[in-house]
Design a binder for this molecule. Structure first.
Ligand code: NAD
Length: 414
C-alpha cells in the first residue's frame, strides 16, 4: 500500500469552529461539483469509496422543478450549515422558513429569496399544508420538539427530515413513524455522516480489509458555553432528553452500528459525577460498552466538558481503522493501519474530493421521494439509536448493570 501522509492541519471540530470552515467553503465554491459527482453524474472520481446504498444514486425523474424544504427552527445548525448548503443542492431548494422570531425569518427570507407568504411562526405553522412550494419540512429544533413538529408536518401532508436525535423517547419515535405511515409520506433522520465520503471509505475498508472486526471505540465531545442559547436547552433535560450521549454520543452509537453492520445485544454505561452544577440535569460525561453477537465489542465516551473530540477506532484481526476527526462537518479522515504501513484518506484537500454532506443529505430525500427509492437514514434507524441510548441511561441509573438490547432485527419490522 502507498503511504499518504495527510500533512495534518490543526482542525478544531467543535460546533463553534466548524461554522467558519463551512462559510469559507461555500464562498470559495469549495465542494462544487463533488455533490453532483457523488450522486452519480458522471461516474464518481477514482478514490471515492463505494457508497453503501448504490441504488439511491439514480437521477430524479421529476422534471426540472426543485424539491422545496421548509426549515423549522432558525438556530445555529440551520443558519450556519443547512441554509448555505442549499447553494450546492442539485434537486432541493429552501422555499419556506418557520421561526418563533418573525423578524429573523424575514431577514433570512430576504437573503434566500423567500417571500413573506412563505414565512411562518410556530403558531401559524399548520398553514404550511396550503403551501404548494413546500414538499418537505426539515425540523431543526431542540430534541423534545421533534415529535410534535413531525406529527404536525405529516398532518400537513409533507415529507419530513428530522434532526438527530430523532426524539427523546422511544414512544415519541414510534408516534412519528406511525404518523408518517398514516400520511403516506417519508421520514428521514438527519444523519449527515451517511453522506460523508470518508465515512463511506471507512465502511468499505471495514467490510473488505481489516479482517474480522473485534473492537470499536468512539469518543465525541465538546466544551459547553452556558451563556450561549444553543447550549442552554442542551443543559435542560425537558428540552434535550439527555446530555452528552443524546447530543454527541449518538454519533458513536449510530457509527458503531453502521461500521460493524450489526446491532448490540447488551449495553452498559456509567455517568460520571458532574463537575459543575450546570450539568446537574444531564450527563456531562458518560462512558459505555456495547456487546455484539459476533463477539465484537464497542466502547465509547461522550462529554460536554472536553476540548472538541471526534474519534473512531476500529480494530480488526488483520488491520485497524482510525478516524480522527470522524464526524466533523468538513475535514474527516480515515487511516488504514497495519504494523508498519498506514494509508490515509481525508477531506477536503487530500485523497477524496470534498463533498458537502449537508447538500447531499438534502438532495437524498428529494431523490428518494421522486424515485420512491429507500432512504439511507429512516425513522426506524433513528428509533433504534434512541432505544439504545435509553438502555444506556437505564444501565447508568442502575449501578451500571448490563441491560439486554437483544430485541431482534429492527430492519424486519419496516
Ligand atoms: P440552536 O439552539 O442553535 O437552535 C434551535 C432553534 O430552535 C433556535 O432558533 C431556537 O430559537 C428554536 N427554539 C424553538 N423553541 C425553542 C425552545 N422551546 N427552546 C429553545 N429553543 C427553541 O440548536 P442547534 O444546534 O441548531 O440544534 C437544533 C437541532 O439540530 C438539535 O436537535 C440538534 O441535535 C441538531 N443538530 C444536528 C447537527 C448535525 O450535525 N446533524 C448539528 C447541530 C445540531
Amino acid at each position: 500500500m502507498n503511504a499518504h501522509s495527510s500533512s495534518k492541519k490543526t482542525v478544531n471540530t467543535g460546533r463553534r469552529h466548524v461554522l467558519g470552515a463551512l462559510g469559507a467553503s461555500i464562498v470559495a465554491g469549495g465542494a462544487s461539483s463533488a455533490v453532483a459527482q457523488s450522486l452519480g453524474f458522471p461516474a464518481p472520481p477514482a478514490g471515492l469509496g463505494k457508497r453503501p446504498y448504490p441504488n439511491l444514486l439514480r437521477p430524479l425523474n421529476d422534471g426540472p422543478r426543485k424539491f422545496g424544504y421548509a426549515i423549522v427552527g432558525l438556530g445555529k445548525y440551520a443558519v450556519n450549515q443547512i441554509l448555505p448548503a442549499f447553494a450546492e443542492c442539485e434537486y432541493a431548494k429552501v422555499t419556506a422558513l418557520v421561526s418563533g422570531d418573525i423578524e429573523k425569518a424575514r431577514r433570512l427570507g430576504k437573503h434566500y429569496g423567500i417571500e413573506e407568504s412563505h414565512l411562518y411562526t410556530y403558531d401559524t405553522f399548520d398553514k404550511i399544508a396550503q403551501d404548494p412550494e413546500v414538499d418537505a419540512v426539515y425540523i431543526i429544533l431542540p430534541n423534545s420538539l421533534h415529535a410534535d413538529f413531525t406529527e404536525r408536518s405529516f398532518r400537513a401532508g409533507k415529507h419530513v427530515l428530522c434532526e438527530k436525535p430523532m426524539a427523546v423517547t422511544v414512544e415519541e419515535c414510534q408516534r412519528m413513524i406511525n404518523a408518517g405511515k398514516k400520511a403516506g409520506k417519508k421520514l428521514m433522520i438527519g444523519y449527515r455522516c451517511h453522506f460523508d465520503p470518508v465515512t463511506h471509505k471507512a465502511i468499505e475498508l471495514a467490510r473488505t480489509s481489516i479482517g474480522k472486526p473485534q473492537i470499536i471505540s468512539t469518543d465525541n465531545g465538546d466544551n459547553t458555553d452556558p451563556t450561549d442559547p444553543t447550549y442552554q436547552w442542551r443543559l435542560t433535560r425537558a428540552l434535550s432528553g439527555g446530555g452528552a450521549l443524546m447530543d454527541l454520543g449518538i454519533y458513536g452509537v449510530n457509527g458503531s452500528r453502521y461500521m460493524l453492520d450489526e446491532d448490540p445485544i447488551e449495553v452498559q454505561a456509567t455517568i460520571m459525577p458532574p463537575s459543575d452544577p450546570m450539568f446537574r440535569e444531564i450527563d456531562e460525561t458518560i462512558v459505555w460498552i456495547m456487546r455484539y453477537r459476533s463477539g465484537a465489542v464497542a466502547h465509547g465516551s461522550a462529554s460536554f466538558n472536553v476540548n472538541a473530540m471526534s474519534r473512531f477506532n476500529l480494530q480488526g484481526t488483520e488491520a485497524s481503522l482510525r478516524m480522527d476527526p470522524a464526524t466533523s462537518y468538513w475535514c474527516n479522515s480515515v487511516s488504514h493501519c497495519t504494523s508498519g504501513d498506514t494509508q490515509t484518506w481525508s477531506t477536503p484537500m487530500f485523497t477524496i474530493p470534498a463533498l458537502n454532506q449537508f447538500s447531499a443529505q438534502l438532495d437524498h430525500l428529494a431523490i428518494s421521494v421522486a424515485n420512491n427509492t429507500p432512504l439511507a437514514a429512516t425513522g426506524e434507524e433513528g428509533m433504534q439509536d434512541v432505544r439504545l441510548i435509553q438502555a444506556m441511561y437505564q444501565s447508568a441509573n442502575s449501578g451500571s448493570r448490563p441491560v439486554s438490547t437483544d430485541w431482534g432485527d429492527w430492519r424486519k419490522t419496516i
